[in-house]
Design a protein around this ligand. Structure first.
Ligand code: AMP
Length: 420
């Protein structure tokens, strides 16, 4: 096994004590530094969507990195930004970060320079000419296959481009790539950026410093993708609300009739085990009692409301029913800490979006009453954005896979690499 693989395995191995990736005692933050006359090499996540004219169609990720970059500039330093964009095979023009340079300038309010390579003489030369108060954006890291491989030499080349390393890319913090993890080994001075810090603190607030009662709401398609999350959070929550497609694996396991709803036959025993474990740990599981059923997986299907454990043959549950929503509302409104991952139904189709929308409303109401609510992981953010809940919950995580891995209790390599 290569050194790189060994390194990766060490970093991601599961360990409950490591659930304090969330422990800042051993990790420096931006406010521990003054960047006067310093060049900060910042790993940002500028993997933004572009349209056919190469215009940025969603600037959220650029805006999310702004505070960190501005802090460096205001201290009197300069910022060297590195990111990936898409999944290029070699140097494909359409994945060039040059397309987003003007948008970065506009959002930062600072004319951003561009280096057509992220390593080597082009990058080093551009960095050497960078003055305090200036920003340089490097070309797509993934033009080099060494990036994803976590190559040491490549990381060392990157490390020449700054005096201090800042990681502010939560979306890739679960990857042991050269720019997200390995490069940190070459820096004495390194820290988390504001965005990454906020992500870690928010999750910490839910998992480790939570105010009771704590409710986790897990929806989405399948149990199989959420098992490790469920197992890890059972020790930390009082209520577990289950919705979405995974409902039916639980209902079938309990002997219910689910028609042609989504089911993972090989996970029936596991569903029962989860129910048993939850009971042992005094966690109340709330499963739907009724469902909006449809006679096909289509927004034009005929629909009906049926008991979730007595669905007619040939019909499938695609959203939670009104009785379920009343029950879930009661649980959510009495919660003081709420974690939401995954929609309650097939929210992409209008007739099956109501459960997810209503749940968002209940979480909003609970948040207004003082609860801390965190939404994220997987595709949940898409639902939250589609229905405009972004500003109504306490925090929306920017990292799908990274957040799920943290919920699973894994220590993210990108965060571990910043520890002293
Ligand atoms: P995930 O990425 O696991 O959070 O799953 C999200 C997907 O689950 C969404 O695309 C939903 O359409 C889908 N989903 C939610 N409820 C159901 C359901 N009852 N049957 C099938 N798919 C569902």
């Amino acid at each position: 096994m290569s050194n790189v693989n060994l390194f990766y395995l060490t970093m991601v191995k599961r360990d409950i004590s490591l659930l304090l990736p969330l422990n800042f005692v051993t990790m420096k933050t931006l406010n521990d530094y003054n960047f006067k006359n310093k060049k900060a090499l910042i790993r940002v996540d500028f993997n933004v969507p572009l349209n056919d004219d190469f215009e940025v169609t969603d600037t959220t990720r650029i805006e999310a990195a702004k505070d960190t970059i501005i802090k460096v500039l205001e201290d009197g330093g300069s910022a060297v930004l590195m990111s990936h964009l898409g999944r290029p095979k070699g140097e494909q023009e359409e994945y060039s970060l040059k397309h987003i340079c003007s948008k970065v300038s506009e959002i930062l309010g600072v004319q951003t320079k561009f280096a057509s390579n992220c390593v080597g003489p082009v990058a080093e030369d551009a960095v050497s000419r960078l003055e305090n108060g200036e920003v340089l954006l490097l070309e797509n890291l993934r033009y080099h296959e060494e990036e994803k491989k976590g190559d040491q030499k490549f990381a060392k080349q990157l490390s020449k481009l700054g005096d201090v390393y800042i990681n502010d890319a939560f979306g890739t913090a679960h990857r042991a790539h050269a720019s997200t993890t390995v490069v940190a080994n070459y820096f004495e001075d390194k820290c988390v950026g504001y965005l990454l810090q906020k992500e870690i603190e928010s999750l910490n607030k839910v998992l480790n410093n939570s105010t009771k009662p704590v409710t986790a709401i897990l929806g989405g398609a399948k149990v199989s993708t959420k098992i490790t999350v469920i197992e890890n959070i059972l020790d930390k929550i009082d209520h577990l609300i289950i919705g979405g497609g995974m409902t039916f694996t639980f209902i079938k396991a309990k002997g219910g009739k689910i028609g042609s709803s989504l089911v993972e036959e090989d996970k029936l025993d596991l569903a029962l085990e989860i129910i048993e474990k939850a009971e042992e740990k005094n966690v109340q599981i709330h499963l739907p009692s009724d469902a909006i059923v449809a006679d096909s997986f289509s927004e034009f299907a005929n629909t009906n409301i049926e008991a979730v454990d007595n669905i007619s043959d040939g019909w499938m549950g695609l959203d939670v029913g009104p009785k379920t929503l009343e029950e879930f509302k009661g649980v959510v409104l009495q919660s003081k800490t709420i974690l939401w991952n995954g929609p309650l139904g097939v929210f992409e189709m209008e007739p099956f979006a109501k459960g997810t929308i209503e749940l968002g409303n209940y979480i909003e109401e609970a948040t207004e009453k003082g609860a801390f609510s965190l939404v994220g992981g997987g595709d949940s953010v898409a639902a939250v954005k589609q229905f405009g809940f972004e500003n109504k919950v306490s925090y929306v995580s920017t990292g799908g896979g990274a957040m799920l891995e943290m919920l699973e209790g894994k220590k993210l390599p990108g965060i571990a690499a910043l520890e002293d």
